[in-house]
Design a binder for this molecule. Structure first.
Ligand code: SF4
Length: 346
């Protein structure tokens, strides 16, 4: 594998996600300066490619309260979506009419009733009919499980045009104040002053530089990051020019839930591991997808149903020692799903 593999934004992003899982927060090694939030007892969960309608973050790190996270896990592994979350959070300890218990949704209550039935079917709350009234009761309190949300923008190759486009995005992230910290992750050039520090990014944005190459190509290790610039801690509790305080809190809860359910290994849900050319390559302490037909790491976008080189796994692969319910592609999906669950339980 060549160094150019690491230049691919998608591969870089996966390696940053894996590094965050291994080593967040940055600055524990020899690099200076130290990060603003030295390690406490927070449990780290990592996700990728989610955010709001206007802005999608590449890597999301959740610093979680361990007890809160354990309590969240009792609600299951799936995201509690934005319709269910107010119901789960506000369901009373004793049976109550749902309209008395829940905040006004701002839209028709019949959609709330539908969501109550979904929440009940998923075992998130108790519900019953009392005459023609629907009553709800919580099973357990929904915990306050996220301490901080960190947004990381990945841009391995920071040329002038990429930097110009990023400036607006990072400025929006700082102004919105949804994340507690905003970072830029880029490839380390080895220059005496890294190019990222010469660009006109907001001073509140931290800069992490990575060298993800070893003699075999792409590889991630826990000590791969340098902190070249420290971020400011953003005020996520107060309203901003972009969101008022209540909307910000609502979006932060929603981002946290999405991140919890999605993780960052959901690539098998969007790519084609059932293609005969799909492989996983070891990259130090991580794994990255690779396409044997293209001879490189394929992007998430090109590895889909419209890929001209797609070929299904031959049927005999499914009988050559692989479980009856799938060939190597299924094996890859199971491997990544097991890892995703393991990280949630850590
Ligand atoms: S050939 Fe296409 S679908 Fe198959 S692994 Fe490569 S990029 Fe993905």
């Amino acid at each position: 594998m060549s160094a150019s593999v690491v230049d691919a934004e998608f591969t870089f992003e996966l390696l940053v996600c894996r590094w965050a899982e291994l080593a967040w927060p940055p600055g524990d090694g020899d690099s200076e300066p130290q990060a603003t939030n030295p390690s406490d007892d927070s449990v780290v969960l990592v996700s990728r490619q989610l955010g709001t309608q206007r802005r999608r973050w590449d890597t999301i790190v959740l610093e979680c309260d361990p007890e809160g996270l354990a309590a969240r896990q009792t609600f299951g592994d799936r995201t509690i979506d934005s319709e269910l979350l107010p119901i789960v959070r506000h369901a009373p300890a004793e049976w109550g009419f749902y309209r008395d218990a829940l905040p006004d949704p701002g839209y028709d209550w019949r959609y709330v009733r539908e969501a109550i039935h979904r929440a009940g079917a998923r075992g998130l709350i108790n519900k019953r009919k009392n005459g023609n009234r629907i009553e709800i009761r919580r099973k357990r309190p929904y915990p306050d499980w996220v301490r901080r949300i960190i947004a990381i923008e990945n841009k391995p190759d920071l040329d002038a045009s990429a930097a110009a486009a990023l400036t607006d995005q990072l400025t929006h992230d700082v102004d919105a104040g949804l994340a507690d910290e905003v970072w830029l992750a880029t490839s380390r050039t080895g220059a005496s002053v890294e190019p990222a520090l010469l660009r006109k990014f907001p001073v509140d944005v931290g800069v992490l530089t990575f060298d993800f190459t070893d003699r075999r190509g792409a590889a991630v290790e826990a000590d791969d990051a340098n902190v070249d610039w420290l971020p400011s801690s953003l005020d996520t509790g107060a309203g901003s020019d972009v969101f008022d305080a209540a909307e910000k809190a609502r979006r932060r809860r929603w981002i946290a839930e999405r991140a919890y359910g999605k993780g960052w290994r959901s690539i098998t849900e969007t790519m084609r591991p059932d293609c005969r050319h799909y492989e996983l390559r070891r990259a130090g302490r991580g794994l990255v997808p690779s396409c044997a037909a293209k001879g490189r790491c394929q992007t998430e976008a090109e590895c889909g149903s419209r890929c001209g080189a797609f070929e299904p796994e031959p049927p005999q692969w499914r009988t050559g020692g692989w479980p009856i319910d799938g060939g190597p592609g299924k094996g890859i999906q199971r491997l990544l799903e097991r890892r995703r669950e393991r990280e949630r339980e850590n």
